[in-house]
Design a protein around this ligand. Structure first.
Ligand SMILES: Nc1nc2c([nH]c(=O)n2[C@@H]2O[C@H](COP(=O)(O)OP(=O)(O)OP(=O)(O)O)[C@@H](O)[C@H]2O)c(=O)[nH]1
Length: 138
């Protein structure tokens, strides 16, 4: 069986209380990382700046963002598809973030609520353990 691979730039977004931001796109039941497909002639970081502007209407600067690593896993909402993502850490000083473009919902996860949401594999496998470790070290 041939699998398609989608190349993504996505973000583990945290605020000053170490809450983690997850988004739900229209028509999706999964909560996932903000971000999206990397277009031709665009670096992963450029793609992420563009997606964060489109989805959350935020203008990022280089000091707020750092590279965490890459991860490949099964895509949600797409049959026979893998996602291969470059994942960045974004630190926000504001909690006031609203959904734009194709987003339906934006949620800040904390210690109390994070088990209540169905998370996309990419988020569950890569970001969740890192975020939980960050919280332990608080
Ligand atoms: N942003 C994001 N997408 C994910 C994650 N996990 C995952 O499987 N995906 C899948 O990756 C795909 C991203 O495609 P998209 O269509 O939302 O991205 P985009 O906004 O760049 O698309 P478009 O410009 O073609 O409309 C979706 O099928 C989404 O379900 C994740 O954590 N974050």
């Amino acid at each position: 069986m041939t699998l398609k691979t989608i190349h993504l730039a996505s973000a583990l977004v945290i605020n000053s209380d170490n809450e983690m931001l997850v988004v739900r796109k229209k028509g999706s039941t999964y909560y996932m990382m903000a971000g999206g497909k990397i277009q031709t002639n665009e670096s992963a970081k450029e793609a992420l700046f563009r997606e964060i502007k489109e989805e959350l209407d935020l203008d990022l600067n280089n000091e707020q963002i750092s590279y965490l690593g890459s991860h490949q896993t099964t895509a949600v909402n797409e049959a026979k598809t893998l996602v291969s993502a470059d994942i960045f850490l974004i630190r926000l000083t504001t909690k006031s973030v609203k959904p734009h473009a194709e987003l339906e919902e934006v949620i800040w996860l904390n210690q109390m609520n994070y088990t209540s949401y169905q998370l996309a594999h990419l988020l569950k496998e890569f970001s969740l353990p890192r975020w939980l470790k960050m919280k332990k070290e608080e």
